[in-house]
Design a binder for this molecule. Structure first.
Ligand code: SAM
Length: 287
């Protein structure tokens, strides 16, 4: 038991600062102490860590992170949160707040502030931009040790699932190329203020030093993946032939699939990451 009471602390800040939760910024503040502690514990936050928090909001999670981390950089888009964060975080001199849109922020510059520390992302994400944030982090080239984030349950499932599930798609493959995903805990709407209309889950992505598959041109493979899920009920052959970004002739796709021992009429949704990697290299060789 922590003895905290994040729910009353949140309600008191909301009243004192006359905060109106802004839907357009995906503001659902986490008020459940157990879940807050579970997030910090899942991320394994310690003194050697530089934590990047996206969307600190009222600073409830930020405070917990500041207590355990070496440094915290919190990036918040909403100006009305800044005076609140200044107040809530006043006693933590290892924490800085940047008022900016995370999608337009140079994270390399932020990371270079404390080069000796492990960089981890920990956040209760704004759900309206979960995919661009997560793919942007994964593709940034920054050596994050882990990314522990609260997302919509449906999105967490998409990140973790494999072929055969309706949730399997380009996001699953992008995440699984860079990281090992693990859903840590499911979180009901009652744990937030205001309550979101969807269920939430905390997911941790442990980033690989080296991707689990070898592929000559990852950008090309991701182009193929994107095209093959654009119309997921079509065969891979037709998707890649018709998509203006790939335009791979049908006979080239069929020949590559035959070489792999796969049905030439297979759909992309039935293929694993490893099969996409092999296919991408085979097609590259025939180009
Ligand atoms: N961390 C707080 C918590 O757990 O209670 C707030 C989480 S709330 C779900 C998402 C936060 O992200 C809000 O504070 C919102 O203003 C902020 N946000 C939304 N879009 C953002 C963006 N593009 N860049 C940075 N922060 C953003």
């Amino acid at each position: 038991m922590s003895g905290r009471d994040s729910k009353s602390a949140t309600m008191s800040i909301v009243r004192r600062h006359n905060i109106k939760a802004q839907k357009k910024f995906g503001q659902n503040f986490l008020t459940d102490d157990t879940v807050l502690e579970e997030i910090v514990s899942a991320a394994g936050v310690c003194g050697e860590d530089h934590i990047i928090e996206i969307g600190p909001g009222l600073g409830t999670l930020t405070k917990l992170l500041a207590e355990d981390a070496g440094h915290v950089t919190a990036i918040e888009i909403d100006r009305q949160m800044i005076p609140v964060l200044d107040e809530v975080l006043a006693e933590y001199d290892n924490t800085r707040v940047i008022c900016a849109d995370v999608l337009k922020t140079d994270l390399n510059e932020i990371v270079s502030a404390w080069p000796g520390e492990n960089v981890k992302v920990v956040a209760n994400l704004p759900y309206y931009i979960t995919t661009p944030i997560v793919t942007g982090l994964l593709e940034s080239g920054i050596k994050f040790k882990s990314i522990t984030v609260m997302v919509q349950t449906e999105v967490a499932e998409r990140m973790q699932t494999g072929p055969g599930s309706k949730d399997y798609g380009a996001l699953s493959l992008a995440v699984q190329y860079y990281a090992k995903p693990e859903i840590v805990v499911n979180v009901p709407p009652e744990c937030f203020f205001p309550m979101p209309g969807v269920g939430s889950s905390v997911i941790r992505l442990d980033l690989y030093d080296k991707p689990p598959v070898d592929v000559k041109d990852p950008a090309k493979m991701f182009g193929i993946i994107k095209a093959s899920f654009m119309q997921r009920r079509k065969t891979l052959r037709n998707s890649l032939q018709n998509n203006p970004d790939t335009r791979i002739p049908g006979d080239v796709t069929e020949a590559a699939l035959r070489d792999m021992g796969l049905d030439p009429m297979i759909r992309g949704e039935a293929m694993t990451l490893e099969q996409f990697a092999v296919f991408s290299d085979l097609v590259e060789n025939r180009a």
